[in-house]
Design a protein around this ligand. Structure first.
Ligand SMILES: Nc1ncnc2c1ncn2[C@@H]1O[C@H](COP(=O)(O)OP(=O)(O)OP(=O)(O)O)[C@@H](O)[C@H]1O
Ligand SMILES: [Mg+2]
Length: 313
């Protein structure tokens, strides 16, 4: 049985001078939960929007269920999309909204009703099915939006930043739902800025920046990129330039700067025995260190190494 459901090859999208996606390639298997991780402007929404048919005039190919996604309109019926901005009727209740959106797929009414009820349970809105949406919290609306994306039982679900702007409990809820969806065999791609989210639920992670795929793999595979090193965060009173000059000029072999900004540097050490001599050099150069943290290799360090930027915005 063919396991591959999606194959994206060399997707490139430009806006004038700007390359929003740069020869981006990716493939996905059934039931995989893929986290697309990237800072602001990385090209995540562009990627999702091309797949959902909103963004056009690109180059590259997308094969979905072994067919060219853009040559067969029927294929869209196997894809569920959960955009960041939610689209429903505020005066209708949750059940009515699901029935309305499901109605667009020509499902028999009885099937639709059954499916809507199941989905409302899945997203934990079963007891609120008859309430108008306008009474819902942000987290509840987001959950309903996921149910709408799933109403036609798609084989691939795309979610663009499903956890932005909702409280912590609601986020946990949504991650559980996504995990559940994956376990039922639906392939999932979701975009996020949050490392913790991809750590929790993704079978595979893609790190992208400036339209380019920088790395992909399981959590363990990605962490090997900085494997065998110790992560050291240094906080103090320094400028980014001054700090990197000192580290570079002292020819500190075994110390790599992953990223540096004013007052904060993220470093990778071959060996923490090198810390005292670095501290001495910083001190000699009148740099006051206020905090120093040693961490084991983690996804954040991988991200810093690849992008030179922190994900926190
Ligand atoms: N319609 C447009 N016209 C011009 N530039 C655009 C357009 N849409 C996106 N861009 C640019 O393309 C790049 C990628 O944007 P995109 O929205 O895909 O990033 P993103 O990873 O989703 O970012 P965020 O995390 O902020 O949502 C950005 O530099 C953005 O400014
Ligand atoms: Mg976006």
């Amino acid at each position: 049985m063919e396991k591959k459901i999606l194959e994206i090859k060399n997707l490139t999208k430009t806006y004038g001078e700007l390359t929003a996606l740069n020869s981006f390639s990716l493939s996905l298997e059934k039931g995989e939960i893929l986290g697309l991780l990237g800072p602001n402007g990385a090209g995540k929404t562009t990627m999702i929007s091309i797949l959902s048919g909103i963004v056009k005039d690109f180059s590259g190919t997308v094969t979905f269920k072994n067919e060219n996604l853009f040559s067969n309109r029927e294929l869209k019926n196997y894809m569920g999309i959960v955009p960041q901005d939610m689209a429903f009727y505020e005066d209708l209740n949750a059940m009515e909204n699901l029935m309305f959106w499901g109605g667009l797929y020509n499902l028999p009414n009885s099937t639709l009703k059954k499916r809507a009820a199941q989905l409302l349970e899945l997203v934990e809105l079963g007891t609120r099915a008859k309430e108008p949406i306008k009474n819902f919290s942000g987290g509840m609306k987001r959950r309903l939006n996921i149910a709408i994306g799933l109403i036609h039982n798609p084989e691939l679900l795309l979610l663009d930043e499903p956890t932005v702007g909702i409280d912590v409990q609601a986020k946990v809820n949504i991650l559980d739902i996504i995990k559940n969806v994956g376990e039922q065999g639906t392939a999932v791609i979701f975009t996020t800025h949050q490392l913790a989210e991809v750590e929790q639920i993704c079978s595979r992670i893609v790190i992208m920046d400036k339209g380019t795929l920088l790395a992909q793999g399981t959590m363990d595979e990605l962490i090997r990129i900085v494997g065998g090193k110790e992560m050291v965060d240094v906080e103090g009173e320094f400028s980014a330039n001054h700090f990197s000059e000192i580290i570079k000029n002292q020819n500190h072999q075994g110390i790599e700067i992953l990223s540096v900004s004013d007052n904060l540097a993220n470093l990778a050490f071959d060996n923490t025995d090198l810390i005292p001599s670095m501290m001495e050099q910083l001190f000699k150069n009148q740099i006051v260190v206020s905090d120093l943290k040693i961490k084991s290799p983690n996804l954040e360090a991988v991200f810093l190494k690849l992008t030179g930027r922190s994900l926190r915005d």
